[in-house]
Design a protein around this ligand. Structure first.
Ligand SMILES: *Cc1c(COP(=O)(O)O)cnc(C)c1O
Length: 355
């Protein structure tokens, strides 16, 4: 039996996608060649890239609205740098909500004045700051929609005339948002979309071209746009699997459908964390992430017992991030509701054993 995979990333992908992807490794499109041994310029791969780009925009409702999608390399971590390289002239505003925002801030500082509009670092990133001001003259405002490590998620985004950039690595395609609010969205594939090795970047084209500095070709969004995301050899396998996952999502009902499932999964687990006195959530309730639920045991002495129980139940990947400790159950799009039910069953069993 397949394990209940709560890994934070790389993470669970739909079983049917994995099956189709493994077939394509041996025989792609019934062409008696592997997907990974044909030219990325072949018509069959160009079709994959075009479809992956089109599906991304379609699922987010951004078709024909001046946006383009790219599948780049270097992970979301390279986007921390590329965003600043391509958009930061004088001043940028960043919201610091976690480890990943902090890293983005560090990269961007090299390119101009950095305004940290607010930070929740003082309380170990256990909440999302609210009511901050974004300077009108900032070149852009950067935020992280979901904090994979701490387990918080932005439920609302600020109203501002400043161009908005968002790292959506760990919750893209998981919930409906007004995506048109954002001029640039990026997401490493390995959390809700595909294998590691490619990063989706969605750009409103008219925000580019306002920077004086020379931008190296590989770091220049315009160069990648001009070459339809084929400036150099893309991560063909990662793009292909992302395309299959996006097609899977479209077929089951798109973001609208998956959001309902995700809300059910999150409610099931958080209700148990709040009900069961052996467990406790560690972030502000109103900011809890639907993707990554973080919690601790109220009695640390039960750690070994609990760990053995969930492992025996076929659960994998709920250890907390090394910087946070405790537990983190990641409930990305492909994780079925019954896996969350399994975890809840184990939590209840622990409670019964103690009474
Ligand atoms: C995982 C993650 C990253 C880093 O992604 P890489 O692809 O490993 O560079 C950045 N931001 C967020 C929100 C993440 O969850």
């Amino acid at each position: 039996m397949k394990k209940h995979n709560f890994s934070a990333g790389p993470c669970i992908l739909p079983q049917e996608v994995l099956k189709e992807a493994s077939e394509a490794i041996l025989n792609f499109n019934n062409d008696s060649l592997s997907l990974i041994e044909i030219s990325h310029r072949s018509s069959s791969f160009v079709a994959v890239m075009d479809k992956a780009r089109a599906l991304s925009l379609e699922l987010l409702g951004l078709e024909n609205k001046g946006y383009k999608a790219l599948f780049l390399q270097g992970g979301a971590s390279l986007e921390f740098l590329m965003v600043a390289y391509n958009l930061l002239n004088k001043k940028a505003a960043y919201l610091n909500t976690g480890t990943w925002s902090d890293k983005a801030i560090k990269e961007a500082k090299a390119f101009g004045e950095m305004i940290e509009v607010a930070s929740s670092k003082d309380k170990k990133y256990s909440y999302i700051p609210k009511g901050y001001n974004i300077p009108e003259d900032a070149d852009y405002f950067h935020c992280t929609s979901n904090n994979t490590v701490a387990g918080t998620q932005m439920k609302e985004f600020p109203e501002t005339n400043v161009s908005m950039v968002c790292d959506m690595s760990s919750d893209i395609f998981s919930r409906q948002l007004d995506f048109e609010k954002f001029d640039l969205i990026y997401a490493g594939a390995q959390k809700n979309m595909g294998p590691a090795g490619t990063t989706l970047v969605i750009i409103k084209e008219d925000i580019l071209g306002k920077i004086e500095r020379h931008i190296p070709s590989m770091l220049n969004y315009q160069v990648h746009l001009d070459k339809d995301s084929m400036f150099n050899t893309p991560s063909v396998f990662a793009v292909y699997v992302s395309m299959l996952t996006l097609q899977w999502l479209k077929d089951i009902g798109g973001i609208k459908f998956i959001e309902e499932v995700n809300n059910k999964k999150a409610a099931l687990l958080y209700d148990e964390i709040d009900r069961n006195s052996l467990f406790k959530g560690i972030v502000a309730k109103e900011d809890r992430s639907t993707m990554n639920a973080t919690f601790i045991l109220t009695n640390e002495g039960l750690t070994e017992t609990f760990d053995n129980m969930w492992k025996d139940a076929g659960i994998s990947g709920i250890n907390g991030h090394r910087s946070v400790g405790g537990y983190r159950a990641s409930m990305y799009n492909a994780l079925p509701l019954y896996s969350v039910q399994k975890l809840v069953d184990v939590m209840q069993e622990l409670e019964r054993n103690q009474s």
